[in-house]
Design a protein around this ligand. Structure first.
Ligand SMILES: *[C@@H]1O[C@H](CO)[C@@H](O)[C@H](O)[C@H]1NC(C)=O
Ligand SMILES: *[C@@H]1O[C@H](CO)[C@@H](O)[C@H](O)[C@H]1NC(C)=O
Ligand SMILES: *[C@@H]1O[C@H](CO)[C@@H](O)[C@H](O)[C@H]1NC(C)=O
Length: 420
């Protein structure tokens, strides 16, 4: 016991020097891997043990192993352990395991992979193991009405979640982030679950709302979040903490609930500034907020961006139904290139407008063709362009539903990227 502590006191300062990325480094004495504590937030000592790799401690800072990604999946091959080193110089050997503090689990059952001790220090709850048992999937929650968010991937819910509440509340949350230049560039909010009173027919959130105080791309959110909805807010020009607020009006009876995961995005991982939403992978679905539940939101100016991976040149959007509507002068801009067909107006009358247009044609299109409909399936023809769709909606008192068929509001597409 004494010996182990002694070794660690030598080891920890070395490990701390390495600590510039969000990783947990767990040092396990090779011969007796048992639980030990760490007071540091980054450097932990693996608990429950298992020998992964042994090295003389004075080499650790040169030979520290990064946690192989396949460990997240399977098992460590114990035959890979170098026991000869142990026999030669057991007194100075440690097993060093470094694993990134990555997201573990998904949705409401998610957290960050830390050591057990780190998790307790952060006030988290252990919901699973991760990093092959060297780490724990640690969930930090804020269930109070307002408060500080200090830990990455904190989940904010109403206290009764996943039950609802039906009363007026005003809650302000402050998200702490490292505002050293070039550290944290964005905060990503994942709407795991969100159900508030819908906006007025004009798209204004006058009863309930969620407001990201420093966001220039949105004014408010209300109604229902589509599945997998998320939103990026820039930190540029702001200092920590950045606030968001939730307010509900108790004079309107409605069963509300919310569960939002808050992630701070290092500048090295940031998405383009104009992307309120960013999707990786090669296919998925996008929807306007509150789609299928009434008017689309007013006061938005953002893009939905898709990762353009090597070998992918174009992308395709497919309407999930014809029940879609963006009313002028609001716009959904699809930078598809030229030559996109405009379908005949299927609903006759009405003022439904969704245009498939090249960005450079916007003015002309809107001045000459006040109503246009995009085809069911559209594929971009500009192989150089980034993959994105831009949405611009005003707080102008206009109807944010199709006045002829008021169930038609907003947009929903299946998207996919295509190989070159
Ligand atoms: C770890 O810390 C806890 C609380 O600080 C203490 O009760 C426990 O005995 C410690 N464990 C070890 C192995 O030192
Ligand atoms: C994890 O397991 C899945 C399913 O067995 C496999 O498709 C995937 O490639 C594995 N990932 C790694 C990193 O080994
Ligand atoms: C927060 O967690 C995410 C994973 O969900 C990770 O990508 C990101 O780098 C973390 N942020 C910081 C500041 O460590």
């Amino acid at each position: 016991m004494f010996q182990r502590v002694h070794h660690l006191s030598v080891l920890l300062p070395l490990l701390l020097l390495l600590f510039c990325t969000p990783n947990t480094i767990a040092a396990v004495p090779h011969r007796n891997p048992v639980a030990t504590n760490s007071s540091d937030n980054g450097v932990g000592v693996a608990e429950g043990g298992g020998v992964v790799e042994t090295r003389p401690y004075h080499h650790h800072h040169h030979h520290l192993q990064h946690f192989p990604s396949q460990w997240q999946n399977g098992t460590i091959d114990s035959t890979g352990i170098d026991n000869s080193l142990t026999e030669k110089d057991g007194k100075f050997l440690f097993t060093v395991v470094q694993f990134p503090n990555i997201l573990c689990g998904s949705g409401i059952n998610s957290g960050t992979c830390f050591t057990r001790t780190e998790c307790l220090v952060k006030g988290g709850t252990i919901i699973d193991s991760c990093a092959l048992g060297y780490g724990v999937c640690c969930q930090v929650k804020v269930t109070s009405c307002g408060g500080d968010i200090t830990v990455n991937n904190t989940i904010v819910t109403n206290a009764e979640y996943d039950n609802t509440f039906n009363e007026g509340r005003n809650c302000v949350f402050k998200v702490q982030f490292d505002d050293t230049t070039n550290e944290i560039c964005q905060i990503r909010y994942e709407f795991i679950d969100f159900d508030f009173v819908a906006p007025e027919t004009t798209g204004v959130c006058s009863t309930d709302k969620l407001v990201f105080e420093d966001d220039r791309k949105s004014q408010y959110f209300c109604g229902k979040a589509p599945a997998n909805y998320h939103w990026y807010v820039e930190t540029a020009g702001t200092t920590s903490p950045q606030s968001f607020s939730i307010s509900t009006d108790g004079t309107t009876s409605y069963n509300r609930k919310y569960a939002i995961r808050v992630t701070t995005i290092p500048c090295m991982q940031e998405v383009p500034t104009y992307c309120g939403q960013y999707y990786d992978g090669t296919s998925g679905q996008i929807s306007s907020f509150n789609y299928g539940n009434g008017a689309y939101l007013a006061g938005l100016m953002y893009s939905i961006c898709f990762q353009k991976e090597d070998g992918y040149c174009t992308y395709t959007l497919k309407k999930t139904s014809d029940n879609q509507f963006i009313g002028a002068p609001d716009m959904l801009r699809l930078p598809m290139g030229e030559g996109i067909a405009v379908e005949a107006n299927p609903a006759a009358a009405g003022s439904a407008i969704i245009c498939a247009i090249a960005i450079i044609q916007i003015t002309a299109m809107y001045s000459t063709i006040p109503q246009c409909f995009y085809p069911s399936t559209m594929t971009s023809n500009n192989r150089e362009a980034a993959f994105y769709v831009t949405i611009n909606t005003l707080v102008d008192g206009n109807d944010n539903r199709n006045p002829v068929d008021t169930t038609a509001a907003g947009f929903q597409f299946d998207w996919e990227t295509n190989t070159c």
